[in-house]
Write a protein that binds this ligand. Structure first.
Ligand SMILES: Nc1ncnc2c1ncn2[C@@H]1O[C@H](COP(=O)(O)OP(=O)(O)O)[C@@H](O)[C@H]1O
Ligand SMILES: [Mg+2]
Length: 296
């Protein structure tokens, strides 16, 4: 199921994106999905339609190569654990200055099969069966060195198989529990984090939950509130707790969601403020595509 990213089409897409960042008019971009971090763009070509996730710019080729290696390793380790992941390739272009712009590219998968959508459209029987399969995947995959951001919008259900989409941020930790990811790079859209190391380490602790099944499930269940799917929480809690040593409660899920929603709201506001600063005060293009505000 491998594919080769169509080079010229991606070059064109990147120049469109640059144009949009420069003019602050992004109406020409074909948006496939909004994540918390990235904007996912659709690219139609003769070789099919692709989902293109633009990464933060890499200051030099070495930094890019190290990202690429960690992504490859992440994909390999997820596969070793039996997880089905959307085949992902990295496309990049290098400026004379050495700066690298890169995208994670996947084939566009049918969005009507996105689990966050199916949980709205399918019935309770489907939901129960989905969640049983989901629990199997989470318990088989996640451990202190390998993480998953398992929210419902990160999975597509195709032919009875859950396919994981959200691999742009490889979640791996070394034996001392340190993030393998170039965390600074992925927080470059959050200038406040970069100001001091204390904040940076605080920010990495928000990743803790992704490295144990209980935290991954808490995050998944909390996010059902955001998706207006809270009615599913009690039944899912029962299924989840059958496999957890320390059970989760509905109160814990709701409290977690309130905290998580506040954090992302704050991040969105800070990014919007930073964008304004770039554009109005420094009079330079803001280098990121931001998703629109989300109702929480
Ligand atoms: N291969 C794909 N095919 C179709 N839609 C996709 C694909 N990858 C991502 N999307 C859409 O874009 C959204 C965000 O993508 P994701 O990889 O989860 O990025 P983020 O890290 O920003 O959450 C997904 O929830 C989904 O709606
Ligand atoms: Mg996502």
């Amino acid at each position: 199921m491998t594919f080769t990213v169509p080079h010229t089409a991606l070059e064109q897409l990147e120049s469109q994106v640059r144009q949009a960042l420069h003019t602050t008019d992004d109406s020409a971009l074909d948006v496939l999905g909004y994540g918390e971090i990235t904007l996912v763009l659709r690219l139609r070509t003769e070789a099919g339609s692709f989902a293109c996730k633009r990464l933060p710019a890499f200051s030099d080729p070495a930094r890019f190569e190290s990202y690429r290696r960690s992504l490859d390793e992440y994909l390999r380790r997820l596969a070793e654990r039996g997880l089905t992941v959307a085949p992902t390739e990295v496309w990049h272009t290098r400026a004379p200055s050495g700066r690298v712009t890169a995208y994670c590219v996947q084939r566009e998968l049918p969005s009507e099969r996105l689990c966050s959508r199916l949980l709205h459209t399918e019935d309770d029987v489907w939901a129960k069966n989905f969640f049983a399969r989901f629990l199997d995947r989470v318990h088989a995959t996640v451990h202190h060195g390998l993480g998953l951001d398992a929210q419902a919008s990160n999975w597509i259900d195709m032919d009875g198989e859950l396919t994981y989409l959200d691999v742009t941020t490889p979640l791996m930790r070394d034996t001392r529990g340190r993030e393998r990811l170039d965390v600074r790079l992925f927080f470059t859209s959050l200038p406040w984090v970069l100001r001091d190391a204390v904040r940076l380490s605080m920010a990495t602790s928000i990743f803790d939950k992704f490295y144990e099944p209980r935290g991954v499930l808490l995050d998944f269940l909390g996010n059902l509130h955001k998706e207006r799917l809270d009615s599913l929480v009690p039944a899912f809690l029962e299924q989840a707790n059958a496999r957890l040593a320390q059970p989760l409660t509905a109160e814990e899920v709701a409290a977690y969601y309130r905290g998580d929603a506040r954090m992302w709201e704050l991040i969105q506001r800070l990014r919007a403020a930073d964008r304004l600063w770039h554009r109005k005060v420094r009079r330079r293009p803001y280098p990121f595509l931001l998703p629109p505000p989300v109702a929480r």
